[in-house]
Ligand binder design. Structure first.
Ligand SMILES: [Mn+2]
Length: 342
């Protein structure tokens, strides 16, 4: 498959990082991270538009697209300390989910087999079946756990008469054996879907789902710590799937199936940071950003920062120097201390 160029926006890379071509292995040899666009909304059940998500996530930033972003908090530059490349979008026709998903799976598997972390920009959540399977094909079925941020469980069986859609990828991942149900952690669920029969199926799989009421009652931090313990038990890697609708619609209005009462943007960013600092992340997707329903780029900007927070934290984890969140901004920068002139 040749590099798929401009269709759902200009063919620019994530914040100006270098390009690569998945048909040319030399172009991504030695990469730490490869960004892959999945401009697909053929799995959407309600408001569409996520085919425009990848370009919005790549571009929505007020700073120059210069391939450099030093993090104030983490003291790393995720785009410079890591070798981050952008493979562009995978060709995914929204009218044909049964060819679109295998195309993405093949692209992601190629990245994972090269030893890089695929970071997939969606697209609706149906793409998670393809991208998490691609990673599991490379690292071993049942060897990768899932940390899934979402308002919805996405464990539906048949919807609209189909096995494939954005409400079903997590069920398909477990049924296929790519991922283990008992190493499947869901964070941020709320509202009125799925129905009890689906919840029964989830319980049979021994999935662990943190509904918002539990998160509010116990605290997000405690829930994450518990989830991390499960995720790292007998699994070498963790896949992080972020459905932007895990955030409250006030923090992420540009999405297809908004559900009130979610996480704040700050809570999501802090969670992504902790996951990428503390766990061996082997794949990431950020999905369900629908620019036509966005307002003032609120949702696209948040998704851009979710990716950046992940990269900054992965870079920090690789330094081997523990991050101290209590440290003041300038505490480890002695060069900023004013010098007395002689
Ligand atoms: Mn979802």
């Amino acid at each position: 498959m040749p590099r798929y160029g401009a269709q759902f926006g200009p063919d620019v890379t994530y914040l100006g990082v270098e390009r690569c071509d998945l048909d040319d292995p030399a172009s991504f040899a030695g990469a730490d991270v490869v960004i892959v666009g999945a401009p697909f909304d053929g799995g959407t059940s309600h408001r569409p538009g996520t085919r425009f998500g990848p370009q919005a996530i790549r571009m929505t930033d007020y700073l120059p697209h210069d391939g450099s972003r030093p993090s104030l908090a983490l003291r790393t530059d995720g785009l410079q300390d890591l070798r981050v490349l952008d493979a562009g979008d995978v060709e995914m026709y929204s009218g044909d989910i049964e060819t679109a998903l295998p195309a993405l799976e093949a692209a992601v598997e190629k990245v994972a087999r090269a030893g890089a972390i695929p970071v997939v920009l969606g697209g609706d959540h149906s793409i998670a079946f393809a991208d998490a399977t691609g990673v599991a094909n490379a690292l071993g079925h049942g060897r990768v756990s899932m940390l899934h941020f979402d308002a919805h469980a996405d464990t539906g069986d048949i919807e609209f008469g189909s096995l494939w859609g954005h409400g079903q990828p997590m069920r398909r991942l477990i049924e296929s054996g790519a991922l283990r149900g008992d190493r499947f952690l869901q964070i941020g669920l709320r509202g009125y879907w799925p129905p009890p029969a689906t919840l029964d199926w989830m319980a049979e799989q021994r999935m662990r789902s943190y509904e918002m009421t539990e998160i509010v009652h116990r605290g997000l931090s405690e829930c994450l710590t518990e989830a991390f313990g499960i995720a790292t038990d007998e699994c070498e890697g963790v896949f992080l799937s972020v459905d932007i609708d895990v955030c409250d619609p006030g923090h992420a209005p540009g999405t297809g199936t908004p559900e009130p009462g979610g996480l704040t943007a700050r809570q999501l960013l802090d969670s992504v940071r902790r996951i990428c600092l503390e766990l061996p992340v082997v794949g990431v997707d950020v999905v369900e950003v629908s620019p036509p329903y966005d307002h003032a780029d609120i949702t696209a900007a948040l998704a851009n920062r979710v990716v950046l927070e992940a990269l900054s934290a992965i870079a920090r984890r690789r330094t081997g120097v523990p991050h101290d969140p209590s440290l003041p901004l300038l505490a480890d920068r002695p060069t900023t201390t004013p010098e007395t002139s002689a």
